[in-house]
Design a protein around this ligand. Structure first.
Ligand SMILES: Cc1cc2nc3c(=O)[nH]c(=O)nc-3n(C[C@H](O)[C@H](O)[C@H](O)COP(=O)(O)OP(=O)(O)OC[C@H]3O[C@@H](n4cnc5c(N)ncnc54)[C@H](O)[C@@H]3O)c2cc1C
Length: 399
């Protein structure tokens, strides 16, 4: 059977892409192939559930433009499909004087990205927003919200199917062979012939991209696990909504934050430790082949040399609940180790180039047979419909 488009990966980006293409050209024959027995099992199903406003990202970058456009599309989608979400607002809090210039820089970016209403607040106002939070300076961002991204992704999938799209679960793509204008996609179960591949493989997007191109790929996915604690029910009152620290400007992650979750409860996290397996959700998960590939990647070695101090700190906090608690006490001094119970974990797919840069922006690369989404870390869930729109425009130029 010949398909117009095969999308590899049933996470939020693959599903949004399928939906956007089907909405514009329902006559195209499209299938999404997902290796798991359910959709959205990996990054999409294990994240902080924050609807990001577009605060942090370099103006004009793909992250900034897609986050802001995706934010509005996501909210409209949730309204139309009756998916619960809440616009809670968030505070970003400097806990040391040295962080104030960075906080001011983030505020300026917010303004450049058009976030009306984002403002510096006094410490008295901070106490009104978050009574238990301490700091030396803060900003308030009214646009930020919360949602359950798994629910959103499943709704994209349902709508995609209603428009005639097909979804095949438990179909792991093993290899692709392109010849004379079309590609044979071989899964563990069957093969599919297609005119175009769209790779939304998340933690395996580099492996899938390598299948569809001859030259050696110049990026590798480095998996960073983010572990969460949960506040015990009786201490949830310590957090009203969302409390973020000032991020380390040299590190691509936002720092351990407090998040009220749409499905209930308050989470603290995620940290960022190197995962020894791409889908390694536990500290004990190791895949020697994947780990040795990471360690041998020249770009990773440079990243390790650059961030070793931050990396060891994150690793230490991963093993020591006392150290994790101490980091949280910077924002909420009343938090005690006994207030925290272990929560889940997610693994971020962070692309790293050969020369040692962790890719800061989203990355979408095309070749004759495929469109590869090679870097779609946070805020890609918020941005999903806009990324889907961007990819669908590239795809539809070919039909
Ligand atoms: C800890 C954490 C916190 C985050 N917090 C936020 C947040 O608050 N807000 C936000 O906007 N973003 C957040 N993100 C980022 C967001 O979750 C991701 O950017 C987004 O989910 C990426 O979606 P995806 O579809 O690209 O990847 P995924 O959801 O990982 O989907 C990729 C899919 O491809 C499948 N696949 C891989 N290889 C194959 C193959 N060979 N054959 C078939 N299928 C295959 C996988 O099984 C998987 O289902 C967070 C991420 C993490 C990990």
């Amino acid at each position: 059977m010949l398909y117009d488009i095969i999308i590899i990966g049933g996470g939020i980006v693959g599903l949004a892409t399928g939906l956007k293409i089907k909405e514009q050209k329902p006559e195209l024959k499209i299938a999404i192939l997902e290796k798991e027995n359910e959709l959205a099992k990996h990054q999409t199903g294990n994240n902080s559930g924050v609807i990001h406003s577009g605060l942090y990202y370099k103006p004009g970058s793909l992250k900034a433009t897609n986050c802001i456009a995706g934010y509005h599309q996501l909210i409209q989608f949730c309204d139309e499909e009756n998916i619960p979400y809440e616009i809670t607002g968030k505070v970003v809090v400097a806990t040391q004087k040295e962080q104030i210039p960075i906080l001011n820089g983030i505020y300026e970016r917010g303004l450049q990205n058009g976030l009306n209403g984002t403002r510096h607040i006094t410490l008295d106002e901070l106490k009104e927003y978050e009574p238990y939070c301490a700091g030396v300076a803060a900003i308030h961002v009214p646009q930020t919200g919360i949602v359950d991204y798994k629910q959103v992704a499943l709704a994209y999938g349902e709508k995609f199917k209603k428009l005639g799209g097909e979804i095949f679960l438990e179909h792991e793509v093993k290899r692709t062979n392109s010849l004379k204008g079309y590609t044979v996609v071989q899964t563990n179960k069957q093969h599919f012939d297609t005119k175009l591949i769209i790779n939304c493989g998340g933690l395996y997007s580099d492996k899938v991209a390598q299948m569809n191109q001859e030259e050696e790929l110049d990026v590798k996915i480095i998996p960073f696990r983010g572990e969460y604690y949960k506040l015990k029910k009786e201490r949830e009152y310590l957090v009203k909504n969302l409390i973020y620290p000032v991020p380390d400007p040299n590190f691509p992650f936002l720092g351990v934050h407090f998040t009220r979750m749409m499905k209930g409860g308050v989470e603290a996290g995620p940290n960022a430790v190197l995962a020894f397996k791409r889908e390694g959700y536990k500290r004990s998960d190791v895949n020697l082949k994947e780990l040795s590939e990471t360690l041998a990647w020249p770009g990773f070695q440079k990243v390790a040399a650059k961030y070793w101090k931050t990396g060891f700190g994150e690793m230490y906090r991963s093993f020591s609940k006392a150290a994790f608690t101490k980091a949280l006490q910077e924002l909420i001094p009343d938090i005690q180790e006994s207030d925290l119970v272990e929560g889940g974990a997610g693994v971020r797919a962070q692309a790293c180039d050969r020369t040692g840069g962790l890719l800061d922006d989203f990355s979408i690369k095309e070749n004759q047979y495929a469109i590869n989404v090679l870097n779609a870390p946070s805020p890609a869930a918020t941005s999903s419909l806009s990324i889907g729109q961007t990819v669908s425009e590239l795809a539809l130029k070919r039909f």
